[in-house]
Design a protein around this ligand. Structure first.
Ligand code: FE2
Length: 315
């Protein structure tokens, strides 16, 4: 993805919301070195700790840091990868850590695709067309929310039973043509970029998604409703996963019995009433990450995510 870019494009601070692309690149190698070669947060210091620890500096200031130049960043990530591959049989004894590092890289690939989109640089485009219409009834009753699968993150655990009243959920994602009607009727802002009419709208914020749903006489699903629909009536939903992230009305918080693992900063520091949960994964999200229980979160005003809308309604 970064191969065709110039050094200037790689090092530029394209937006205060995003890191320079070369920061993401070296940070992928740093995270891999930290967890697979240095044994995690307790394991000995490195001069890269201050530069590439996500909590040391906010995204907006990363363009001013003395980070590795593109050629050095490339050499560093290759060197780390070579060492990891040599030790892989031994490392694979703890497949959670290897899986976590792989998922971390895939998530940064999506972050970098957002940066490319914000910069107006050509990135991949794999948005499917929306063809379905109508909604599906999800009967009331209990289901298992979350996951205890080996690759599940701490915030997906533990799987636990949740009892929901019946609700309806749209089979289709909201299309650009539908969103355009809302923009015209309400004087709302256009999304960050318009796609083709029959593609799902993307790059809308939580506030915009919520306002659209209200205008359409519906509402956003809660994240429990979203997951229940995917786990019980998935065949009825067009593009349940892998098209655009779908905003839910839920705040990001720990499930009952939550335990931070393997480090507090992955999820716990974001819990509370600031961040909203997104579900489903986008066309950029790797299927390894886009599993039914996977929870993404962001601030309600953010639009750089490949996020769109699926509406729900009370019965
Ligand atoms: Fe990261």
């Amino acid at each position: 993805m970064l191969e065709p870019l110039s050094d200037e494009q790689l090092t530029r601070q394209i937006s205060p919301l995003q890191s320079p692309l070369v920061w993401d690149l070296a940070h992928i190698g740093y995270f891999e070195e930290l967890w697979l070669l240095r044994g995690g947060n307790g394991g000995g210091g490195s001069e890269l700790d201050d530069l590439y620890d996500s909590f040391a500096h906010g995204r907006a200031e990363r363009g001013t840091l003395p980070t590795l130049a593109p050629q050095h960043a490339r050499a560093y990530v290759s060197e780390v990868r070579e060492k990891v591959l040599e030790r892989l049989p031994e490392l694979a004894q703890d497949d959670f850590l290897v899986g976590m590092v792989a998922q971390h890289e895939l998530q940064h690939v999506e972050t970098m695709a957002q940066t490319l989109a914000l910069a107006g640089l050509a990135g991949p485009n794999g948005l499917p067309r929306v063809t379905a219409s109508g909604d599906v009834l999800v009967p009331g009753g209990p289901f298992a929310l979350g996951s205890d699968e080996p690759g599940a993150y701490d915030n997906e655990r533990p799987a636990h039973v949740v009892d929901l009243p019946p609700f309806r959920i749209d089979r289709a994602l909201v299309r650009n043509s539908e969103y355009e009607e809302f923009v015209e009727a309400e004087g709302a802002a256009a999304p960050l970029r318009w796609g083709r009419e029959d593609e799902p709208v993307q790059h809308v914020s939580f506030h915009e998604a919520e306002a659209y749903a209200r205008w359409a006489g519906k509402r956003l699903p809660t994240e429990s409703e979203w997951e229940k629909a995917v786990k019980t009536v998935r065949a009825e939903l067009e593009h349940a996963q892998g098209a655009v992230w779908q905003w839910t009305s839920s705040f990001f918080d720990g499930y009952p019995g939550f335990r931070a693992f393997p480090y507090k900063e992955y999820s716990e520091v974001f819990f509370g009433d600031e961040y909203r949960v997104l579900r489903g994964g986008s066309w950029v999200t790797d299927p390894l990450v886009a599993r039914p229980a996977f929870r993404n979160w962001d601030l309600p005003q953010r639009r750089q995510i490949f996020a769109g809308i699926r509406c729900a309604a009370d019965v």
